[in-house]
Design a protein around this ligand. Structure first.
Ligand code: ATP
Ligand code: MG
Length: 221
């Protein structure tokens, strides 16, 4: 099995993530691809804007129509911060025969040498790097040195969307339609996410976060 892993904060998930995963899948014949929302990224000083359970629910909403895509709770079940090396160790133990491919944008992959245990990371998986508008894949050897050998750059249509932009748009009352799948857009509206006020859910109808499952296994696996 050639298992693709798309890690991220997914605050919220958008078409940039989905296109990157789909292009990596096609280029390297990966199947399935597991989307893993983190509890708290190690490098960020501030916590994500949306609760981890909301980010996980949106990840399911965005991926459930693709038979090759899965969503996993593995990083939600561990205490923060979420280290990729711990997740890859867990996946390796769960699926010892699988080849692991960790899919990243060109911005994230450049920081690889600063991640926890980079030497172990590159033993556990191959990195797949996708250019994103504003971040090309030139000069990887200069920036990553020996770790550049662990990275496969792939071509994909540049999708100029970021979660930051979506959060800003929602807080300013601007549209996010066609930047993320419709169920994600509807979920953001329904739960009042990213509005930047003190009312997390609309119309007093606090339906709260989706119920938690106790297992850390992948949905649909
Ligand atoms: P934020 O603006 O909050 O940082 P983001 O859009 O960068 O959000 P992340 O959850 O931080 O999304 O990213 C998860 C992974 O997806 C990272 O490896 C990132 O480089 C990659 N990624 C995000 N957006 C794109 C995009 N538009 N094209 C290609 N890769 C992307
Ligand atoms: Mg980012």
């Amino acid at each position: 099995m050639r298992l693709g892993i798309m890690g991220g904060t997914f605050d919220p998930i958008h078409y940039g993530h989905l296109v990157a995963a789909q292009e990596a899948r096609a280029a390297l014949r990966l199947d399935p691809i597991v989307f893993i929302p983190c509890r708290q990224p190690p490098h960020r000083p501030t916590p994500p804007a949306a609760d981890a359970e909301h980010r996980y629910a949106m990840t399911i909403a965005a991926t459930c129509t693709n038979p090759s895509f899965r969503a996993s709770r593995v990083e939600l079940e561990r205490p923060a911060p979420s280290y990729t090396v711990d997740t890859l160790r867990w996946l390796h133990d769960e699926e010892p025969a699988a080849e692991l491919f960790f899919i990243t944008g060109a911005d994230a992959v450049r920081e690889l040498a600063t991640w926890r245990e980079p030497e172990r990371l590159v033993e556990l998986c191959r990195f797949v790097a996708i250019a994103r508008p504003g971040y090309d894949l030139g000069g990887l050897e200069r920036d990553l040195g020996e770790f550049a050998r662990a990275v496969s750059p792939i071509q994909a249509p540049g999708v100029d969307i970021s979660s930051t932009e979506i959060r800003q748009r929602v807080s300013q009352g601007r549209p996010i339609k066609y930047l993320t799948p419709e169920p994600v857009e509807a979920y953001i509206v329904k739960h009042g996410l990213y509005r930047g006020d003190d009312q997390p859910d609309e119309k007093g109808g606090d339906q709260g976060c989706p119920s938690r499952s106790t297992s850390a296994t992948c949905h649909g696996a």
